[in-house]
Design a protein around this ligand. Structure first.
Ligand SMILES: Nc1ncnc2c1ncn2[C@@H]1O[C@H](COP(=O)(O)OP(=O)(O)OP(=O)(O)O)[C@@H](O)[C@H]1O
Ligand SMILES: [Mg+2]
Length: 328
């Protein structure tokens, strides 16, 4: 029974995803055996230091990686594997079923089309909704703090980076996708505005019942917006669980160290630096920086489910608390 309900409640399953890049310096292993489930209606945050592989995971799902990427594993959506769809099938899914909001809006917007038109055009192409397209675009932008017809008539170059970021969010959400992947969506927005825009994004998401994969290195944003948090370190997910549990009872020493970096928790930087992705340590990748390392950590730990710390989501039993550490 649990298994059936869990299957119904999940919308995207990432299974053993590994991505490496062939470079002049050697093979960079940017994602290493990444597995997680995104539930229907859930917001899941993927957090971790710069370069740990968050964007690589997002781009793999959307088939947006460069040609030198070697990809293994599966991304199961609607019964099929996204990693194996051809370009035509993938382009049908991109935008209308799974949307991505990028870190850098200037790359995604057309500089010579008015922003209102750009958003409305998405609706016209995909849904044929010509009459209400501009009205809907206006409502969407207005909810994100860009109110009025004059804003609709602006060109991207007349907007600040933060304003364009909101145009991007509107453009990606207007088609009511079932999954929204947001890669650092609040980058370029200052503190108060970032909070407002993210809250509006969460509101639109909840209204449409979409699921959100939020990529960020802002732990507080992750906690405020998402139901669960997955912590990545050097290409691997090292811990996953309910946001509150991750904050109140981090299990992995890396998660604890990340939380200790927060200003409100003393601003203690993690000693050392992330290992190279070309020749990472063969055992636990965090061992060189870990205050709790012991002999066993020279062997690679697997992901283990921690009993008594699992949670339910929409009737699903599959929100288990998992950690990749020999201490458990
Ligand atoms: N096209 C590529 N060729 C070679 N290496 C790459 C390529 N794209 C990404 N990488 C490497 O993969 C690793 C993961 O990169 P990724 O962009 O996913 O990190 P991230 O977690 O999103 O970081 P940030 O928080 O800074 O956005 C990095 O070491 C990066 O240098
Ligand atoms: Mg990134």
């Amino acid at each position: 029974m649990t298994e059936v309900r869990a299957a119904v409640a999940s919308i995207l399953q990432i299974e053993d995803l590994s991505v490496s890049f062939d470079t002049a310096a050697g093979q960079v292993k940017a994602a290493d055996d990444v597995s997680f489930v995104l539930h229907r209606g859930e917001a899941l945050a993927l957090v971790g230091e710069t370069g740990c592989g968050k964007s690589v995971v997002a781009s793999s799902i959307m088939q947006l990686l460069p040609r030198n990427a070697i990809i293994q594993g599966r991304a199961v959506y609607a019964g099929g594997d996204l990693l194996r769809l051809d370009e035509l099938e993938m382009s049908r899914i991109r935008g209308s079923e799974i949307a991505i909001v990028f870190q850098n809006p200037s790359l995604a917007l057309n500089p010579i089309i008015r922003v209102g038109e750009q958003i409305a055009e998405m609706l016209r192409i995909r849904k044929g909704a010509a009459v209400q397209a501009l009205q809907q675009a206006r409502a969407m932008l207005s909810g994100l703090g860009l109110r009025g017809d004059d804003k609709m008539r602006m060109y991207p170059f007349q907007f600040s980076g933060g304003m364009n970021q909101r145009v991007m969010i509107a453009a990606s959400m207007i088609l009511s996708p079932r999954i929204i992947i947001a890669d650092e969506p609040s980058k370029g927005l200052d503190g108060a505005l970032a909070g407002e825009v993210m809250a509006e994004m969460a509101r639109i998401k909840n209204q449409s019942g979409a699921s959100l994969l939020l990529i960020t290195h802002d732990l507080n944003l992750a906690r405020n917006i998402s139901d669960r948090i997955a912590v990545m370190y050097c290409g691997e997910i090292v811990e996953i669980g309910r946001s509150e549990d991750i904050f109140n009872k981090p299990l992995h020493p890396y998660t604890s160290a990340l939380l200790d970096c927060l200003p409100e928790r003393g601003f203690q930087p993690i000693p050392g630096s992330s290992p190279s992705m070309i020749n990472p340590p063969s055992g636990c990748k965090f061992l060189p920086r870990c205050p709790k390392g012991f002999e066993r950590c020279r062997k690679k730990p697997g992901m283990v489910t921690v009993e008594g710390m699992s949670a339910t989501f929409s009737g699903s039993e599959s929100m288990s608390r998992e950690v990749r550490c020999w201490l458990y």
